[in-house]
Ligand binder design. Sequence first.
Ligand code: GTP
Ligand code: MG
Length: 138
Amino acid sequence: IERTLSIIKPDATRRNLTGKINAKFEDAGLRIVAQKRIQLTMAQAGKFYEVHAERPFYGELCEFMASAPVVVQVLEGEGAIAKNREVMGATNPKDAAPGTVRADFAESVGENSVHGSDAPETAAVEIAYFFSGLELVG
Ligand code: GTP
Ligand code: MG
């Protein structure tokens, strides 16, 4: 059974959308096996998104991620990584399929409500970045 790291981003926590987003995950058969609300520092956001360090929007992205609390969570299920990305929808909400989190809630390509790991290797690294083994309750 697969696990993926999900983040409900500041634009969504600000608008009190955590429950509505979690309902989409659960309706898709994903189980929330760990979850906490945290305030990222710029340094912590920068480290998390360091693969994007050379991209023009990196500074903006880190400032956004540190601008309000986020909810970090581990989602578990068959094919959880791909399933979660399906539920999230395309990065740009204009391209996101109807009914996806980003189609329903995202404000822009930057402020797009959720993050999800994109591969097993990144999921393992990203889960370990936020959670200890003791915090994962399957
Ligand atoms: P994540 O699950 O957050 O990694 O999204 P993704 O895999 O769909 O997109 P990608 O990894 O390419 O980009 C990471 C994040 O950077 C996106 O989710 C956006 O928040 C942000 N981002 C991507 N492209 C742009 C852009 O053109 N402008 C701005 N401001 N932010 C962007
Ligand atoms: Mg990505």
